[in-house]
Design a protein around this ligand. Structure first.
Ligand code: NI
Length: 166
């Protein structure tokens, strides 16, 4: 596998809507494998194709405490819960930037897998947040535009320290 270069903001590919994937071929499979590898290497929980300079609707993310890998091709959010929550997000394309973003508690997503098979997934809480963040990427929407408050690295360090004490 190959580590890919992560595109950092600002960049045209990050702020443009990505194109639908039409070919479910070996090239797509390799891209997804490399995206996964790049995400893990960068300590991310999700990565969208535009972040590796591919303007196509594909993303890889990890769900749950088991960090189960999910690949979503041509994903569409078909349902949002009315209830929302505010939590801290970061993004591989914005090194050092963290902030609070309001997201729906739950989403239902329709997508295709790497072979083109349609599937549906329901996700809640942090998983739903990651899905919304990654699907935003495919629409050229970046988390800084939704941030309601910047969280400094000092604040983050304090939060982690408190968590460890518990
Ligand atoms: Ni991101």
């Amino acid at each position: 596998m190959v580590l890919l270069k992560i595109v950092e903001n600002p960049a045209q590919v990050l702020s443009s809507a990505a194109a639908d994937v039409k070919k479910f071929d070996a090239e797509l499979a390799t891209l997804l494998d490399n995206m996964y590898e790049t995400m893990v290497e960068s300590d991310g929980v999700g990565i969208a194709a535009p972040q590796v300079n591919k303007g196509i609707r594909a993303a890889v993310l990890e769900l749950g405490e088991e960090r189960e890998v999910l690949e979503i091709i041509n994903p569409v959010i078909t349902e949002y819960s009315v209830d929302t929550n505010v939590d801290i997000e970061g993004c591989l394309s914005f090194p050092g930037l963290f902030g609070e973003v309001e997201r729906s508690n739950g989403v239902r997503v329709e997508a295709q897998d790497r072979d083109g098979n349609l599937f549906e997934i329901e996700a809640f809480d942090y998983d739903a947040r990651v899905l919304q963040h990654e699907i935003d990427h495919l629409n050229g929407v970046l988390f800084d535009s939704k941030m309601v408050r910047i969280v400094t690295e000092e604040e983050l360090a304090e939060m982690y320290a408190e968590e460890e004490e518990v």
